[in-house]
Ligand binder design. Structure first.
Ligand SMILES: Nc1ncnc2c1ncn2[C@@H]1O[C@H](COP(=O)(O)OP(=O)(O)OP(=O)(O)O)[C@@H](O)[C@H]1O
Ligand SMILES: [Mg+2]
Length: 285
């Protein structure tokens, strides 16, 4: 994580990296970590004939935040959705390559997709609480995944999940009110509480703050950092400052390729690739 409000790129990227997105050994090394939670190898994604993600290799580290940045349409959401098989819901989408979660192939035909999505939860750009009570927004997932057998267990987990996102004190007296009656920032925290209530290993967040005001954004950013104690987190963001504030590693995407990944501080101050530098300095995107 990098405690800064603005970044100052400017070091000349390594001129030996000539080919855009070309695999070089240093780049591959930077994509891998010791003892990862998830491993992605040679991942390609197609929407019918359109090749949306090219040969992507990346490890997701345990108890860290990795941020995906890059211009609109470069494939950040597409790749994110590969990590919990959300792309399965798009008919024309085809994913190839290997993605494992603690060594288990999440695309194995024998694996239960519902359990993959429990273990790799997702939070979307627009808060999307169920049109149910605050309580049921969380209790529902516990019931369908069979994670709580008694009413008392459900109550306990609802409270713990809401406490973990800092929402308990704000809502404990109105748990029967609709989740949609909360403010945008509260709704997003409710959605995060829902995702973590089922005890995931990884939480994917696709621009989780883009519909929120700066105060609600600050609360969510702080929460994301706290959650790394228990989970691995992947965040897509259009805010470079946000990536710098909350992530341990940053991956830069461009035209369906992951151009560069590394420690956030390094990417922001000394990118290896010219395209990364151009994006960080606002020359495109
Ligand atoms: N359901 C789909 N059907 C066909 N093509 C798609 C679909 N979803 C995405 N694409 C295409 O795949 C490419 C990558 O899109 P994606 O949504 O992953 O980009 P992104 O980096 O998340 O962009 P943004 O920052 O705007 O959210 C784009 O060219 C997009 O048009
Ligand atoms: Mg997107």
């Amino acid at each position: 994580m990098m405690p800064m409000t603005e970044f100052v790129p400017g070091n000349t990227p390594d001129p030996s990296i000539a080919e855009v997105g070309g695999v070089d050994s240093k780049a591959l090394e930077a994509a891998l970590v010791d003892d990862p939670c998830m491993k992605c190898r040679d991942v390609n994604v197609y929407y019918a004939d359109f090749h949306a993600i090219h040969s992507l290799n990346l490890d997701i580290a345990k108890n860290q935040v990795v941020a995906f940045i890059g211009p609109s349409g470069c494939g950040k959401s597409t790749f994110l959705r590969c990590l919990n098989r959300m792309n399965d819901t798009i008919d024309i989408c085809r994913v190839t390559g290997d993605i494992t979660l603690h060594g288990e192939d999440i695309y194995d035909p024998k694996i239960d997709v519902v359990s993959v999505r429990r273990r790799v939860g997702m939070v979307f750009q627009k808060p999307n609480p169920f049109p149910k009570s605050i309580y049921d927004n969380i209790a529902y997932g516990l019931r369908i995944h069979g994670l709580a057998s008694t009413r008392h267990e459900v109550e306990e987990t609802v409270e713990m999940s809401l406490r973990r996102v800092g929402l308990w004190d704000e809502v404990k007296d109105r748990l029967d009110m609709s989740g949609t009656s909360l403010s945008g920032g509260q709704q997003q925290r409710l959605c995060i509480a829902r995702a973590i209530s089922v005890n995931p290993e990884v939480v994917l967040m696709d621009e989780p703050c883009s519909a929120l005001d700066p105060i609600a954004t600050g609360i969510i950013e702080e929460l994301i950092r706290e959650l790394t104690e228990l989970y691995s987190i992947v965040v897509v963001t259009h805010s470079l400052q946000q990536a710098a504030r909350i992530s341990d590693r940053t991956a830069f995407f461009h035209l369906g390729k992951m151009i560069e990944v590394g420690q956030t501080e390094k990417i922001f101050t000394k990118p290896r690739h010219k395209l990364t530098e151009e994006y960080l300095t606002g020359r495109f995107g």
